[in-house]
Design a protein around this ligand. Structure first.
Ligand code: NAP
Length: 482
């Protein structure tokens, strides 16, 4: 059975920053893919907006090159490519000026979904939101989509929220965290709330701890200057890891409805306990012979910015009291892996001989590579010679399990189509973003006040020694980064 593609409603999507990296590398190739599978209605239009001096023909020529590079398989189909390019237009607007806005407003069709995607610097969100409204390009039903970073602290996040609300209501605002567009992340909700099997075990009585890891093998090459102002805590923990933690820890919502789901996520963030200095490790990778290390790549020999964070987080509520969540993320680690590992407690009474290196039951939810779920079970080791136990994995790699049904779609594709359908479930709400900053700010402020250097770790390793100790001292250990 091939997956059912449900066409989206007809739309006009205005893409601000259409000539930029994200638009050319992710957003437009993603839309092309949706077009190819028949999800983008034939009449739907994409209107690119930027300052670059060109007309629609020039923009299509630029886009054709990007599609050849970032959607090569479908771009080979010339007829398909030409039909897609015909749905793309370009309008030259400097959003800081007054010109072009009236043309934009005139160009949009009534009675179709109208979405404005802001793939531009957050410093332009306010001016775009208010001009869309004052030039009557937006309506009460239009949607506005924004990208991370959503602020660099609570104050700036509040200011951005206020900027967006100049022209749009919360129900019209879609804040993208592409982690939420990943199939496995959504599957976490299906797994928890569509099965009777797991939810009775999903609490501190049965779960010893949870490990959330987002490990990257690349460093900050090429992005050093931007990253150096941010660091792992702002770039990864406050948003992506926090979202994964929320979906793992939240209470079952009363219904699968955007606000019901997001209400539960906010409650988790509000229940997070303060993280003490002994429960957190910051690291910074070093290269060899003063080459390839963070300092060289960031271009600042004195930088104190962390490229790695590991921490123990407590959730102060009835379900999770006594079950720590360990978060870990870093660059230039020994492998690239994103996963949530839910580690269960041992049986209360063991009737079998002690098993060496027993790790116990765990559910591993893999986001990348090879999205899927693994269940680690203990069984009898086959064969004669006494009753010995062994650990085996029940493995479900989605690409294998759902081979015939799979319509592989990138996280961006899924999220853009959710915008068109008007489904905010997988987008962060303003209060959620602010709550996450309110939790992260004191941690970052304490680091800044301490003036301490992050702990160095070797590029290609598993991170700083102290990060290993964070678990070792409590009789636990991190899963290997493959
Ligand atoms: P970028 O390559 O610098 O592109 C910025 C875009 O904004 C360009 O199309 C630029 O076009 C346009 N622009 C700038 N000033 C403008 C103005 N006054 N009026 C109209 N258009 C203007 O940036 P990017 O990497 O694509 O990132 C876009 C946003 O996504 C940023 O907020 C970034 O933080 C976020 N983001 C990016 C990535 C990524 O992988 N790139 C990932 C996550 C989030 P002209 O120069 O032609 O005007």
């Amino acid at each position: 059975m091939v997956s059912r593609v449900i066409p989206a409603p007809d739309f006009d999507l205005v893409l601000f920053g259409a000539t930029g990296d994200l638009a050319q590398r992710k957003i437009l190739p993603g839309l092309f893919h949706r077009f190819a599978v028949g999800q983008m209605p034939p009449a739907a239009r994409i209107i690119g907006v930027a300052r670059s001096k060109m007309d629609a023909t020039g923009f299509r020529a630029q886009l054709e090159k990007s599609l050849a590079a970032f959607a090569p398989q479908i771009a080979e189909d010339r007829a398909l490519l030409e039909r897609f390019l015909a749905s793309v237009d370009y309008l030259r607007v400097d959003v800081m000026g007054e010109d072009g806005w009236k043309d934009l407003a005139r160009n949009l069709r009534p009675n179709v979904v109208r979405a404005f995607y802001l793939s531009v610097s957050p410093s332009l969100f306010g001016v775009i939101a208010s001009k869309l409204s004052s030039f009557e390009a937006s309506t009460a039903e239009s949607r506005i989509v924004v990208e991370k970073p959503f602020g660099h602290d609570l104050q700036s996040a509040r200011a951005l929220n206020a900027d967006l609300r100049q022209g749009f209501k919360e129900r019209q605002i879609y804040r993208i965290d592409h982690y939420l567009g990943k199939e496995t992340v959504q599957n976490l909700m299906a797994l928890r709330f569509a099965n009777a099997l797991w939810e009775p075990l999903w609490n501190a009585t049965h779960i010893d701890h949870v490990q959330i890891t987002v490990a990257e093998s690349l460093g900050v090459e090429g992005r050093g200057e931007y990253y150096d102002k941010s660091g792992a805590m702002r770039d990864m923990v406050q948003n992506h890891l926090m979202q994964l933690l929320c979906l793992t820890a939240m209470e079952p919502p009363s219904k699968f409805d955007p606000n019901a789901v997001r209400d539960e996520k906010v409650k988790v963030i509000e229940a997070l306990e303060p993280v003490g200095p002994g429960d957190i490790v910051r690291g910074q990778y070093r290269g060899q012979n003063r080459q390839g290390g963070y300092h060289e790549q960031a271009g600042d020999p004195n930088s104190r910015t962390e490229s790695f964070v590991a921490m123990k987080v407590g959730i102060g509520n009835w379900r999770w009291a006594g079950t720590p969540f360990y978060l870990r993320t870093g660059k230039k680690l020994r492998g690239r892996a994103s996963e949530i590992a839910v580690v269960f407690r041992d049986p209360p009474h063991m009737i079998f001989p002690k098993m060496e290196h027993r790790r116990g039951n765990a559910m591993i939810i893999r986001l990348q590579p090879d999205e899927g779920i693994t269940l680690r079970n203990t069984i009898k080791e086959p064969g004669p010679g006494g009753f010995r136990l062994a650990e085996v994995n029940l493995d479900m790699t989605f690409a294998d399990a759902l081979k015939e049904k799979a319509d592989p779609q990138d996280a961006y594709e899924r999220l853009i189509m959710d915008v068109i359908r008007g489904d905010q479930t997988l987008f962060m709400r303003g209060d959620e973003v602010e709550a996450a900053w309110a939790w992260a700010d004191p941690i970052i402020e304490a680091w800044e006040a301490s003036n301490q250097m992050p702990e160095p770790y070797d590029a290609g390793s598993s991170g700083p020694e102290d990060a290993l100790m964070l678990l070792h001292k409590e009789g636990r250990r991190w899963r290997e980064i493959a």
